[in-house]
Design a protein around this ligand. Sequence first.
Ligand code: PRX
Length: 636
Amino acid sequence: MASNSKHDLYDAAKADRLGFWAAQANQLSWHKPFTKTLDWSNPPFAKWFEDGQINASYNCLDRHVLEGRGDKTAILFEGEPGDTKTYSYSQLLAETKKAANALLDLGVRSGDRVAIYMPMIPETVIAILAVARIGAVHSVVFGGFSADSLRSRINDAQAKLVITADGGFRKGKAHALKEAVDQALLDNSCPSIEHVLVVQRTKTDVAMSAKDVWWHDALAKASPEHEAEGFDSEHPLFILYTSGTTGKPKGILHTTGGYLTGASYSHKVVFDLQRDTDIYWCTADVGWITGHSYVVYGPLANGATQVIYEGTPDSPNFERWWEIIAKYKVSIFYTAPTAIRTFMKIGRAVVDGHDLTSLRVLGSVGEPINPEAWHWYHDVVGGSRCEIVDTWWQTETGSIMISPIPHAFKTKSGSAQRPIPGITVGIVDENGVPVKKTADGSEAGYLTIDEPWPSMLRGVWGDPDRYVETYWSRFKGKYFAGDGARFDGDGDIWLLGRIDDVIKVSGHRLSTAEIESALVEHHWVAEAAVVGAKDEITEQAVVAFVILRQDELGDAPNEEEIGKVLRSWVTEKIGAIARPRQIMVVSELPKTRSGKIMRRLLKDVAEGRPVGDTTTLADSSVMTAINDKLHDGAND
Ligand code: PRX
């Protein structure tokens, strides 16, 4: 069904793209107004709203209080054990001011990096907004990452402080976090860290050393007064590490004015946010970009009321999410296809028992949503009544790029459809030539973003060349997203998944190279090749092929034991999300004559398909040998 106002937005953006973005930016409150919208004189280095000054924390908090919305609920927190807490915008501001002063008391200054390694609790949002408030740069590290991963991220960003908690509640248990921080910092292995600020959540015993400070003590001592100053629009706001095609995660850098414009505008438009009546809930952890843009910055800049839930969907049972939606009368719900597929498998009974009639917009993010999952989401969760927005975007894009807009046009199960107003995308072939559109659509090609946009990444922390090489070199003048896509006959876009060695497990982004380097760090492993194999629930699952070092095996355990040990090893090195579903011990890996591992063939094996063309292999008998081992089954 067409609604004129929604179409006006597309028309306005088309008629004057930069004017459109300036108007969106002007929805925010600027300490100093900008006069220049975009400087693209030195591509791919963009400057948006360059001469303006802004404070992200002020926009998420003070502005609402000053405009009379201080009593409006900002956060409806539901802890996993069932404890609850509500924060109004005034309360959130008061806590953030104290936290900002506590950070200043600990010596943190504008431009310093602060690592945040936290569970999903309100203090995490407060910590983020406090860091932003004083112009420091946050680097949130997902609480499920291991101590090793945390250490490498702290060191790459040279963080001065870590904010953590004793732990958080997950799956009915207290999951320790401070312990992992201690391990990361052991033997002065993160020399840049001066202090660790610790929120008390689970009340488990933690060892506090001289540099550790309790959050509640620091805030109790801190002044409650803090006036937010404006920072340049291009002042760094945060770094968020994500996996690329190499072994080392890259720190994606976002800056203030453009990012906040993209996050708040897209949140309002894509979810059709009605500030005074909607109850919004995004299930993402703040450790991912979705949590940054659609738990912290987007909803708070827009003055929304949102639910934050600490735990997992199955705690104490699979009724939990649906109970929460019914309890708080959630009207906008945003989650990942993996979760939907999990519930599909469990069956609709867990959903049907709850009153979900408050829902009106349902969002999907992180991976392609297959038509079956889309229909289930639409019919079972949405009672065939809600709008579904399948949102395509990336850590690098900062905010949603491709998505339907509720009520603007008819949605399709499985297609993210169109770039949102203000965004220009294309699909090109190998040579950068736009794919030809036919009556049936087009061939598959590479997705590009063709013009700079406000919330685009500004670089890779400490590695300007990598920014240019990874994103802007493949197709001249265009941002290369790393995804395959095609148009259908209506000109709608269908995303086809990553075309590089990045894999998606439950919507989490992992690099095959990163898992391979973790595996070869184990003394048993001589060589490793990792592929993402199709998985019914998680979209892809990690399957690893390893060649063992016979000399290191000693009292060789059997293959099943080896698999177990190596799977735990990956958990320890990276985190449980990277744990392989299966480890296959092989004696050779399929390689081309130039020594490149042919993952395509390993993927065939991992997905149980007949192995494809092996003619380019240096030794084609390798695949026969691997295939002969196929019947070993998974390690689980
Ligand atoms: O492959 C695309 C997939 O997720 C990748 C980006 O991952 P990340 O930076 O972790 O951000 C995830 C949350 C924004 C993309 O390159 N992806 C994300 N959303 C979709 C998607 N694939 C298909 N459909 C989507 N809606």
